[in-house]
Design a protein around this ligand. Structure first.
Ligand SMILES: [Zn+2]
Length: 204
């Protein structure tokens, strides 16, 4: 594949990641006023932070590989990292918790909004809405997987309805990554099957 062919995929993937980050920010705002305001420090550049960033992007991109769509692989990797923009409220000392988007309801929110956007003609990634939705789900699940293994593993699974933290054991983290892979694989298989069905002709 030439560089010319790769560049649009990177650009489309970056746009997907930025839309996803915006959704994470909007979703985290639903917890505004639910937590005492206190400032947390922006993490300084360190080897640990670098490993955390690389692992989140790698786990997201890996989970989306079965889509066989370079834009979605780039977008999924970036989105898996950018779930963490939900820390911004704490960095700005706003009365909201960090990790509000580390939630199953954010997963649903991101899947529905991105699948709907994928049906509009201006959406950057020209792929089936089901694959776009599966990529959004995979990004959140693979984020959970890396948090379970490499960070403080507590997530706010039911935010914004409950802001209680729930720990993710390693085995559940592994299940999240495998589940993300299976979801994208199933979406790709379903989309491919539908494309091979010719209307009016019995399927083989
Ligand atoms: Zn996280």
């Amino acid at each position: 594949m030439s560089l010319k062919a790769i560049t649009p995929s990177i650009r489309q993937g970056l746009t997907f990641g930025l839309i996803f980050a915006l959704l994470s920010l909007i979703f985290s705002a639903f917890t505004f006023g639910r937590f005492p305001a206190a400032r947390i420090a922006i993490p300084l550049p360190s080897v640990d932070l670098f490993v955390d960033v690389v692992m989140h992007m790698a786990a997201g991109a890996l989970a989306v590989l079965p889509s066989r769509c370079a834009s979605l692989v780039v977008g999924g990797g970036l989105a898996a990292l950018l779930v963490d923009v939900d820390h911004i409220g704490r960095v700005l000392a706003l009365p909201m918790p960090s990790r509000a988007s580390h939630s199953l309801f954010f997963l649903l929110f991101a899947v529905v909004i991105l699948a709907l956007l994928a049906r509009t003609k201006w959406f950057p990634v020209k792929e089936h809405w089901l694959l776009v939705g599966a990529t959004a789900a995979a990004a959140v699940l693979s984020h959970f997987a890396v948090d379970a293994f490499f960070s403080d593993s507590a997530v706010r699974l039911l935010a914004p309805f409950s802001i209680a933290t729930v720990p993710i054991p390693h085995v559940a983290g592994l299940a999240c990554e495998l589940g993300a892979l299976a979801l994208v694989w199933a979406a790709r298989a379903w989309v491919d099957t539908r494309r091979h069905i010719v209307p009016g002709r019995p399927s083989p």
